[in-house]
Write a protein that binds this ligand. Structure first.
Ligand SMILES: C[S@@+](CC[C@H](N)C(=O)[O-])C[C@H]1O[C@@H](n2cnc3c(N)ncnc32)[C@H](O)[C@@H]1O
Length: 206
């Protein structure tokens, strides 16, 4: 944790990013499409997006699937509005404490948020809480492989990067263990940049 791991700082810096964020993140279109396809969503299902940002995931959600897209930063969500279709809704919400009932979604998307949010274990715990048993969480992010210690250079880069946009030194295994959530890793694949970004599907037990 650094002094910048704070919701107020996150909201402030992502308000600054909001006007320029979307064109930059289009580089992830292929990876997010594959991540969403891995959920095999069916018409009538309900999907939650945590840290939805400018709504770059929305065009890849199949027709007939309803979506609640949430984010801490109103300025980011405002830019998601043009991508909404019928059955899609935006709400400002903190991913650490979702204002949503238990077991109310079939799937959750955590794209480029687990490495950003101040307490990623709380984020996973909350995502698991609102997910129905047997439901899946699609994670897309940069992680240090489990069992590997991040290099000194990576830790140094992470200290700087985490002030402005994201951590670079998190291990998903550590986050999962700290969350205590009943989640298992169902698949873990290289997504982009030679595997620096990973596409992971978690399944809720029960
Ligand atoms: C790197 S952007 C990713 C946006 C989007 N998921 C994407 O794939 O393009 C990270 C997002 O997480 C949001 N965020 C940061 N802290 C959050 C929190 N505590 N709860 C919910 N969203 C948060 C930021 O506002 C920002 O929109």
């Amino acid at each position: 944790m650094t002094p910048f791991d704070d919701n107020r700082w996150n909201r402030w810096r992502y308000s600054l990013w909001a006007p320029v964020y979307h064109p930059f993140v289009r580089a992830f279109d292929g990876a997010r499409q594959a991540s969403i396809a891995g959920l095999a969503l069916q018409p009538g299902q309900h999907v939650l997006i945590v840290g939805a940002g400018t709504g770059a995931d929305l065009p890849f959600v199949p027709e007939g699937v309803s979506v609640l897209a949430t984010d801490l930063t109103p300025a980011m969500l405002a830019r998601a509005r043009p991508r909404l279709r019928p059955g899609m809704e935006l709400r400002v919400m903190d991913g650490h404490a979702l204002d949503l009932p238990d077991e109310s979604f079939d799937a959750v998307l955590l794209h480029l948020v687990v490495a950003v949010i101040p307490d990623p274990a709380a984020c996973l715990r909350e995502a698991a809480r609102v997910l129905r048993p047997g439901g899946a969480i699609a994670v897309l992010d940069k992680f240090v492989p489990d069992g590997q210690r991040p290099s000194l250079a990576r830790r140094a880069a992470s200290r700087v990067a985490s002030v402005f946009f994201t951590h670079l030194d998190r291990r998903l295994g550590d986050v999962l263990a700290a969350s205590g959530a009943p989640l298992v890793v169902e698949s873990d694949e290289a997504a982009l940049a030679g595997g620096f970004f990973r596409r992971i599907r978690l399944r809720k037990q029960g």
